[in-house]
Ligand binder design. Structure first.
Ligand code: IVH
Length: 665
């Protein structure tokens, strides 16, 4: 019986490979399913022959798993980026100098825009899959990796008994669009791009859910046990073992061949079913690679050439002016739908009046849009050549489109505001939305429900939330006993939310989460904050005159005072509790005088935990990289903008591991 099971597994592995890697199936889906069902039956009858790598296990399992961090056998490094042929030329010159040779043969390949993964095979069976993590340690996501059909769980051919291979997990563009649509329909948040969707999927702690995500893995690197001295050959051999290696890598023996490859794929990248963000140029000879070696972060034998952000041209239909919770008015362009980097774009943000003026936008203009990792793309420039002679300039509005109040603008600010904050519906609703947010009072209340409660006249400001009763809620459409109780419980729980979050929740203009924390540390109650002068407030690190004035204005306002008194009467925390005071106490001065920027996802701590660690060790958190930044604490998927800025300014980049060592010392 075991032999029969092994035979079936072998056949099915082979068919998977033909289908997912070679894209050349040799049997019908129907016949495949028949074989799979047969194997399933046999495995059920013989649990003693179970194997996690069996083709039947591709559907994942329904158990929630916590990821375990494990050390990489070989560090998982990144690549140096280049953006011009000049930089590629310099890279080649440097490598030739070190190797002392006239010419180098390179392999050029695609730079897949996904999430890095490292796979280990023992005697041909997939035994471990790790994420990059901090490059030294990663999350063990083997159960998730097994659900990705293009990752072989069993190799064939002449593979080495121990094998480590690296690659990238991506979500093909078309599948991403479909998947995102389904999410939005289900009321879930859309992913910004296929890369984020792939990253989010790999982090799911239930492999049965991962199995439903349309992921694909591309392999590009053997850190050891290379069968050939040529990287190009190694890719071919890896394909023969069952790995998904797109057959488009090319050996190049001159810079001009490399440039041709770059041009070719820059033009053809839209024809690929998945996103690439550049190409990778690697010294082909493994011996030469070893001679060139690595720096602490990157190999000296490879460089990435990054493509410019994708751009599309389309026509402006109209400009809407949206009013946010602070009254800030944002212009948003409605566009003739156009395909850009895998999605259809219909809207673009224009940020503020200055930007609108700078673009000199006219009705019906043709504009260029770009996506910079954000969900909403931006208009980068206008095609003035094709502007119609009689087109009228798009002017910023003078009155609020929601309530009609005249807009105001503070000296030196780019943003126009509607000052009618107490009677302008989107501001009222927006403030309540902000108040209930996860990082604020964490009350489980969706935007649509806020709208419903507001329209029913039950809430006019956030203090009113605490007057909601079961009877009031149950009389509304779509409210059942359970949902009414849940909401009331969630409101009750919010009374335990610590003061600094309340300070953030009440919506003082310019006071974000970090500022609220800093202010609450210096003045641990709302009375003390209200009693502080502008000068007192300005003396708090990172609180400038703009924030200080805004706090003063807020606490002076009688309506705000009344609301705060109401919150107090309902039992909301308006001062730092003793417990918090001891918890947030400074534990060391290891980071005194250091300003640290955090970016990315970390293997061992959440970002909030790291921020807390920084503060309790005397350091300061900052959101943007500047020349004042002491170092950038970088995790997986670090924002490319931050990384580049840090590299430009020579700001050191520190991993989670290095950071923890710094604290321990
Ligand atoms: S080679 C030691 N090849 O891009 C060098 N990386 O920005 C290992 N990537 O860390 C990397 N496509 O996650 C290599 N064809 C390719 C790649 C590739 C995408 C990723 C990889 C790398 C990152 C650097």
């Amino acid at each position: 019986m075991l032999q029969k099971i092994l035979d079936l597994r072998k056949q099915l592995h082979e068919h998977n490979y033909n289908y997912y890697v070679l894209h050349a199936p040799t049997i019908s889906d129907f016949d495949f399913d028949k074989l799979l069902a047969q194997l399933q039956q046999l495995e059920q009858a013989h649990p003693e022959y179970a194997d996690p790598n069996s083709p039947t296990q591709r559907v994942g399992n329904d158990m929630d798993e916590q990821f375990v961090h494990e050390a990489h056998s070989y560090p998982m490094l990144s690549l140096a980026n280049s953006y011009s042929t000049g930089e590629v030329e310099e890279f080649d010159a440097r490598a030739r100098k070190i190797l002392d040779v006239e010419h180098i043969t390179y392999t050029c390949e695609l730079k897949y825009d996904g999430v890095a993964i490292s796979l280990r095979y023992t005697n041909g069976a997939l035994t471990r899959a790790l994420t990059r993590g901090d490059g030294v340690q990663g999350d063990n996501i083997t159960a998730n990796a097994r659900t990705i059909r293009s990752i072989p769980t069993q190799l064939h051919g002449n593979f080495p008994p121990e094998l480590e291979i690296r690659g990238e997990v991506c979500m093909p563009r078309a599948k991403f669009a479909q998947f995102n649509e389904q999410r939005v329909e289900a009321g879930e948040q859309a992913f910004a791009n296929p890369r984020n969707a792939a990253a989010g999927s790999l982090k799911l702690q239930n492999s049965a859910l991962v199995a439903k995500r349309p992921l694909e893995a591309f392999m590009y690197y053997l850190p050891a046990h290379q069968p050939s001295d040529s990287h190009f050959e190694n890719l071919e051999i890896a394909r023969s073992w069952g790995f998904n290696v797109p057959p488009v890598a090319q050996k190049c023996t001159s810079l001009s061949e490399i440039y041709n490859y770059i041009t070719l794929w820059n033009e053809k990248r839209h024809t690929l079913p998945f996103d690439i963000d550049g190409i990778v140029i690697k010294v082909d000879s493994i011996t030469q690679q070893q001679e060139l070696g690595f720096t602490a972060k990157i190999p000296r034998w490879a460089i990435a050439y990054k493509f410019k952000a994708e751009e599309a041209r389309t026509q402006l239909i109209s400009v809407d002016f949206q009013v946010g919770r602070t009254g800030a008015v944002t212009p948003v362009a409605n566009l003739q739908p156009v395909q850009l980097a895998g999605t259809v774009v219909k809207r673009a943000s224009l940020y503020n009046g200055d930007q609108l003026a700078q673009l000199d936008l006219h009705a019906g203009d043709y504009v260029f849009i770009e996506k910079g990792g954000e969900i909403i793309p931006k208009i980068t420039r206008v095609d003035t050549q094709s502007r119609s002679l009689f087109a009228e300039k798009v002017e910023f509005i003078t009155h609020c489109p929601e309530c009609g109040a005249e807009l105001v603008r503070e000296a030196g600010e780019a943003v126009w505001y509607c000052p009618n904050s107490d009677n302008c519906a989107p501001q009222i609703k927006g403030r309540i939305e902000h108040f209930v947010g996860r990082k604020a009072m964490n009350i489980g209340l969706a935007e649509a429900t806020i709208e419903q409660l507001f329209n029913a006249g039950l809430i006019h400001n956030y203090a009113d939330l605490y007057t909601l009763t079961f009877e009031k809620l149950i009389s509304l459409d779509r409210f059942g006993e359970k949902s009414a109780q849940n909401l009331l419980q969630s409101i009750e729980d919010s009374k335990k939310v610590p003061f600094y979050k309340v300070l953030f929740a009440i919506g003082v203009r310019h006071v974000g989460e970090t500022t609220a924390k800093t202010v609450a540390k210096r003045y641990p109650s709302i009375e003390q904050i209200s009693a502080a002068s502008i000068m007192d407030l300005e003396a708090i690190p990172e609180v400038g005159s703009k924030i200080a004035e805004s706090i003063k204005q807020f606490t002076k306002n009688s309506k705000n005072q009344e609301r705060i008194e109401r919150l107090r009467s309902y039992g909301v925390q308006l001062e730092v509790s003793e417990h918090e005071q001891t918890n947030n106490a400074i534990v060391s001065t290891a980071l005194e005088g250091k300003t640290i920027v955090i970016s990315g996802v970390f293997a061992h701590h959440s970002r909030d935990e790291l921020k807390n660690i920084i503060e309790t060790h005397g350091g300061k958190n900052a959101s943007g990289v500047s020349k004042n930044t002491t170092f950038l604490l970088a995790g997986e998927g670090i924002g490319p903008g931050k990384l580049e800025k840090a590299q430009q300014l020579g700001v050191p980049i520190v991993s989670e591991e290095e950071f923890m060592r710094l604290i321990d010392n």
